[in-house]
Design a protein around this ligand. Sequence first.
Ligand code: F6P
Length: 548
Amino acid sequence: MTGRPSNHIPPELLLEASVERLKDKPLKRLFEQDAKRHQRFSFDACGLHLDYSKNRIDDETMSALHHWLRSCDFERYQQHFLQGEVVNHTEQRAAAHFALRSLSRQSCLVNGKDVMPRVREQLARMGGLVDSVRSGEWRGYTGRPIRQIVNIGIGGSGLGPKMATEALSPYHAEQLIAHYVSNVDASEMHQVLRQCEPETTLFVICSKSFVTKETLTNALIARRWFFAAGGNTAVLHRHFVAVTSNRPEANRFGIHPDQQYEMWDWVGGRFSLWSSIGLSTALMIGMERFHELLRGAESMDRHFATAPQERNMPVVLALLSAWYSRYWQAQSHAVLPYDHYLRFLPEHLQQLDMESCGKSVDREGEPVEQDTGSILWGTAGTDGQHTYFQLLHQGTRLVPADFILIKESHNPYGDNQLWLVASAIAQMEGLMRGKTGKEAAIELSDKGLSDERVEALLPYCTFEGNRPSNALVMERLTPTTLGALLALYEHKTFVQSVLWNINPFDQWGVEYGKQLARTIVDEAECDDAAERAEHDASTQSLIDRLLK
Ligand code: F6P
């Protein structure tokens, strides 16, 4: 252990030196030379265990990485963020999603105002609806209880609750089934409606802005379907509720004011599953479990706010990602949950991380000088091992990976869980240690292959190894551990943004796409050639071919 680096050596010099030092020291050797490596590079927080020892790091690297973060004025940014100040400067907003789960605190300031009374009030209102639907007291227009919940919303208004609802499937009320519709492709809605009965379906329209095209178009399909089946405006309130910060538009749609749940401008879409946007999740798991989810996240918030940098899980994960991105030119990062219920986690994290960190201009409006935001991807369970893991093991690209491992399954059939977890551990081991030519030659000879054949196959059967991974381990997937895990990735995203000096809370790129689509739809619907915008020949040809 070399202690803290001298503050007057720029961290990038120390980190470049680390790359030079570690280039020829494979992880396997680092483990062989240091019996305590695993012990030093692993710790627990909030029901999660992080083992980051299989990374291309040593003590000096970690010190230099922490030095890098300090040099970015991390503490100040973290204070601003946690004190509910305006950290999203381009939209002049705070990003205080943590307030939604600050339930053990008396007060929580956002823009200088205590938001907890309103947060608690919304939770209580949600609780009223949730209890009444789950108990069967809430009746549809023909007097039958609700059986299907259809969440209509996109991005953070769809993906977050869908991921959390699926993750907590073992806690669902048996009589209810949840569906999620997000895409403007009507086939998605069509498939869902086929499984629903108008008399027993509750639509939860989630849209902070209530102007998102996909959501409103799908909500209109749902309303027409409901009317066609005998429903009418007088009973709409029994089947349509909304979560929004745009009450006038929700009113215009016909949502009863009492059935509008609040969403605040200080919560970004991708951070909103803790708010009323989580209504469909709460309907499925009940309010008690929803509170456990919030408590799990709150414990991670506390950890993030108080743990020393060196033992701060979001900080460590962020530093490692940024380390590979900037100093090892890693383009992407895999998230590999070995649990079926977490299968939508990679998608959720794609939005969280890539919408937040996919920026090329820094906080001062200047072009960034380093790569930001890695390409995040992954799938659940062993399926990936039979597809893209080949590239992870033997491809030319470096892909750091987070393996998420859960000890106990909710469905302990036979030895499935043993195989599931053993497979993940084996993959991490294989990626790290590789297989030497000598080991491969022995294996091939043992199979009875001739020396000539062994020699010919050797280049293909040798594994370089030295491929990094993190293990994130929990005993069991519960609302509490899920809450902690999701908050962990939220804070990791924030820390990365500090390292890259970018605003993680806006998404102008997404807004641009929406604006262009609007123009093209308007043109397609208008016969007047003079009203057409100028397009390049390729775009115009696609419009003519597909939309005329
Ligand atoms: O994807 C961009 C975005 O603005 C997200 O931030 C948001 O979660 C999503 O669109 C949906 O927006 P809204 O909740 O306003 O419908």
